[in-house]
Design a protein around this ligand. Sequence first.
Ligand SMILES: [Zn+2]
Length: 146
Amino acid sequence: MLGYAGWRTFSYSNADECYACKRPIHAHSKTVAVANGHARLFCCPACALSQHEQAGKPIQVTQLTSFLNGKALAPENAYVVRGSSVNMCERTHELIEDDKRSADLRYDRCAPSLIAFAQRGEALAFAREHGGEVVAFREAAAAFVK
Ligand SMILES: [Zn+2]
């Protein structure tokens, strides 16, 4: 496990790839979190918070990105829409392609999606159009802590 972590550190120079799932990072869902003492880039808040869950160690999300304008957001004040029909990390394509791996992929660390907004009003407007539930980011994050 330690060797694996070292390899991840080495590969960090590729900033366009999610630290956890290796998916390309979408500019409007980029998430920064501190894992094992290092700031890491994640493809979306759900993926970063899943990292917490799987590693069993605390991970701290330090920056979110506004879905509307791609600007950095402080997690303390941000709102997210959870479980909408929009998922920047959608991998339906692969699910269909490879039946053997479907058991693994049924659990998608990026689903249900979390889409971040600076204002609650923005999140509510998004949820009206795409479904999902509006919650403060810290509430959404707390839901991942077991
Ligand atoms: Zn990811």
